[in-house]
Write a protein that binds this ligand. Structure first.
Ligand code: SF4
Ligand code: SF4
Length: 353
C-alpha cells in the first residue's frame, strides 16, 4: 500500500490514526476518496432488477449512498476500519448440523456490534478532532445509507467477493466494518485491487436457496439473511423448506469460503456468544414468552426483529425439524397466538409433520 501526499503533517496524522485504531481494537484501517461512481452503476442495475426485495430504504437513500457529499457536504475522505468478530468458542456450526437446534448467524451471537463498534469509532473521531483542532467528522456503523463494502474495498481492506462479502487475505470475512467521514484531505491508500476468488465457486454452490443470480450478484429476496431478518411479512412457502434451522441469518456462503481458514479469533469479549444463543433448542426458544425473549436477547442484534418475527422464523425451523411429539405439541401450543403471521407459519409447520 502506498500513501501519496505532499503534506507531512497529514501523513503524521495518518500514522497516529493507525496507531489509535489498533489500540481501540480495530484490525485494519484504510483511507479513500469519495468517488464511488463504479459501484453506483452496479447498485443502480441491482436495484433496477428488484433484487433488494422490500428494502425500499435502499432505493430511497440511493443518492446519499453513492455520493458521500450528499450525506455530509464537506466530506472529502473516508476512513474505513474493520473489527474481527469470529469466535472459536461458538457452537454455531454444530447447531447448523442438528435440525432440532437454533442456528444464529455468527455476527449476532454476542453483543450488538453497532454499539461496540460505534463507541470505538466515536473515540477515534474524537482523538482526530482533538489533534487537529478543527474538522467535521461523522462515524457510521451500518447506520446510514453507506456503501460500506465498496468503501472498504477502495480503501484496501479486501475485495468484494463472489459471495458479495468483503474478503481480506489475512482475515477472511468474519469482521464488521465502520466508517468515519471527514473533511480533512488525508493522504489516500491506493491499493492495487486483486480479487482472489479465482475459479472457486464454493459459496455459489453451497447457498441453500440458490440466491446468487451469478457470481457477485445476490438476489436478496432469496437470501435467508434477508428472509429471516429484513423481511417483515410472510416467508414464501417454496423457500421455507430450504431454510432448515437457520433462525436468524445464514453463514453458509462464509463457512464454506476457503479464505475464512485465515480468520483470526476476535479480541473482543463483547462478540463472544451470550445467553447460550449458540446452543439452544428450537422448542425451548419457541416456548419463550415475550419477556424471556427480551431478556435473552438484551443487547443483541437479534432483538431488532422483535418477538413476532422470532416466532415466525422458529415456526419455519420447527416445520423443517424431524417429527416428534415435543415439536408437534409446541407448534399446537402456538396455534392461537394473536399474530396472524405467526399462526399461518405454525399451520404450515404442522402440515410438515
Ligand atoms: S447468506 Fe445463505 S442464503 Fe444468503 S446468499 Fe449466503 S448462503 Fe445464500
Ligand atoms: S467461496 Fe470461493 S468464490 Fe466464494 S467468496 Fe470464497 S473464494 Fe470467492
Amino acid at each position: 500500500m502506498n500513501n501519496h501526499s505532499p503534506n507531512p503533517s497529514l501523513e503524521g496524522l495518518v500514522e497516529n490514526i493507525r496507531e489509535w485504531a489498533k489500540e481501540l481494537g480495530f484490525s485494519q484501517v484504510g483511507i479513500t476518496n469519495i468517488d464511488l461512481n463504479e459501484h453506483e452503476q452496479y447498485l443502480k442495475k441491482w436495484l433496477k432488477q428488484g433484487y433488494h426485495g422490500n428494502m425500499q430504504y435502499m432505493n430511497r437513500a440511493f443518492p446519499n449512498r453513492t455520493k458521500p457529499k450528499d450525506l455530509i457536504p464537506e466530506t472529502c475522505r473516508i476512513i474505513s476500519v474493520r473489527m474481527d468478530y469470529s469466535t472459536s468458542e461458538a457452537n454455531s456450526v454444530e447447531a447448523l448440523s442438528n435440525p432440532k437446534k437454533v442456528f444464529i448467524s455468527r455476527y449476532a451471537l454476542g453483543r450488538d456490534y453497532h454499539k461496540t463498534v460505534r463507541k470505538r469509532l466515536s473515540v477515534l473521531a474524537k482523538l482526530i478532532s482533538e489533534r487537529v483542532k478543527r474538522g467535521n467528522y461523522r462515524a457510521f456503523v451500518d447506520s446510514a445509507p453507506i456503501l460500506e463494502r465498496a468503501i472498504a474495498e477502495k480503501a484496501g481492506l479486501g475485495w468484494i467477493a463472489k459471495n458479495s462479502m468483503l474478503i481480506n487475505e489475512q482475515a477472511g470475512s468474519w469482521f464488521f466494518l465502520g466508517e468515519i467521514y471527514t473533511d480533512l484531505p488525508l493522504p489516500e491508500d491506493r491499493p492495487k485491487l486483486n480479487k482472489h476468488c479465482g475459479t472457486c465457486t464454493a459459496c455459489l454452490e453451497k447457498c441453500p436457496t440458490n440466491a446468487f443470480v451469478k457470481p457477485f450478484v445476490l438476489d436478496a429476496r432469496k437470501c435467508i439473511s434477508y428472509l429471516t431478518i429484513e423481511n417483515k411479512g410472510p416467508i414464501e412457502k417454496s423457500l421455507r423448506p430450504l431454510i432448515g434451522n437457520r433462525i436468524f441469518g445464514c453463514d453458509d456462503c462464509q463457512l464454506v469460503c476457503p479464505w475464512n481458514k485465515f480468520a483470526p479469533p476476535t479480541r473482543e469479549d463483547d462478540f463472544k456468544p451470550r445467553h447460550n444463543l449458540d446452543d439452544l433448542n428450537l422448542v425451548e426458544a419457541f416456548l419463550w414468552d415475550e419477556e424471556t425473549f427480551l431478556r435473552k436477547t438484551s443487547g443483541s442484534a437479534i432483538r431488532r426483529i422483535g418477538y413476532v418475527l422470532w416466532l415466525r422464523n422458529l415456526a419455519v425451523g420447527l416445520g423443517n425439524a424431524p417429527t416428534c411429539e415435543e415439536i408437534v405439541n409446541a407448534l399446537r401450543f402456538r396455534l392461537n397466538f394473536p399474530s396472524e403471521l405467526v399462526r399461518e407459519h405454525v399451520e404450515w409447520a404442522l402440515t410438515q409433520h
